[in-house]
Write a protein that binds this ligand. Structure first.
Ligand code: B1M
Length: 218
């Protein structure tokens, strides 16, 4: 099998949610010497984008989206240690959660993996995180950055709700707040009162480092 064959199988099998085949071919790709990011960005993510497009057109329904997401998550577990390999010193603590009402976690997990790879200590507080839980976690872990993901237009307003609650708890000046997720824009992040926004995992890492440097007065 060539690397191109592997990418094609991974794309097709992710789209139909065939988790065992996705896992098998992720391993096969790695054995062929393919890079984890090629597998991720040239097959798995494009497949999920197509799944989303089919869902929008009414060709796919929630169960198809669910099994495709599970297939992707299985592969991500194999890729995680490879993507997150780092010799870097810890650059800061990043507390991360998907907002209340939202169960999407693949994008959040990918951002976490990239942050770990860049030397961040990441504390993941999961999905459907209510404001109180963000506040408790800030008090407990004292992170440099709080990251919030929202993947639905209906859950994006939770950014502002969370930020208001963090402000009310007297913690706003202690943390940098970053937001992101598929429907989020820089403009929406600004309106929500966040300090930073990124459209994807790689940009999230760059932005997080910039924000830490600015805070440190570098
Ligand atoms: Co849902 N879903 N889903 N879904 N789902 C989307 C998001 C959707 C765009 C599909 C579509 O219509 N095209 C649509 C949202 C439309 C909208 O509001 N704008 C949608 C919908 C409507 C729904 C339901 C409402 C469907 C229903 O029930 N009728 C429902 C909601 C459930 C809920 O949360 N309450 C629902 C459910 C689900 C599943 C559970 C079946 C499953 C989730 C599985 C899981 O996450 N464990 C699912 C899936 C798989 C998707 C799609 C197909 C794939 C999402 C994904 O993982 N993408 C998605 C379509 C799509 O995205 N094209 C869709 C890959 C991932 C790597 O990208 O998530 O964008 P992404 O993450 C990126 C960036 O956003 C960014 O970096 C990440 C990596 O590069 N980023 C940050 C993320 N967080 C960040 C934080 C940062 C910075 C950057 O700083 C802190």
């Amino acid at each position: 099998m060539t690397p191109d064959d592997v990418l094609k199988v991974l794309y097709d099998e992710t789209m139909v949610g065939n988790a065992p085949a996705v896992l098998e071919h992720t391993n096969a790709g790695l054995e062929l010497g393919m890079s984890p990011s090629t597998i991720l960005f040239d097959a798995l993510i494009p497949a999920l984008e197509e799944v989303g497009a089919r869902f929008e057109r009414g060709d796919y329904f929630v169960p198809e989206m669910l099994i495709a997401g599970k297939a992707m998550s299985g592969a991500l577990e194999v890729l995680r240690p490879l993507l997150a390999q780092t010799g870097a010193e810890t650059v800061g603590t990043f507390l991360m959660g998907t907002v209340k009402g939202d169960v999407h976690d693949i994008g959040k997990n990918l951002v976490n993996i990239m942050l770990e790879g860049a030397g961040f200590h990441v504390i993941d507080i999961g999905v459907q995180v209510p404001p109180e839980k963000f506040i408790e976690a800030i008090q407990e872990h004292k992170p440099d950055i709080v990251g919030m993901s929202a993947f639905l237009t209906t859950t994006m307003p939770m950014f502002k709700v969370n930020i208001n609650a963090i402000e009310k708890a007297g913690l706003r000046d202690d943390v940098i707040i970053m937001v992101g997720g598929a429907p989020v824009t820089q403009e929406y992040a600004d309106v929500s009162g966040a300090d930073g926004y990124a459209a994807d995992a790689a940009t999230a890492v760059r932005r997080a480092k910039e924000l830490i440097a600015v805070r440190a007065g570098a």
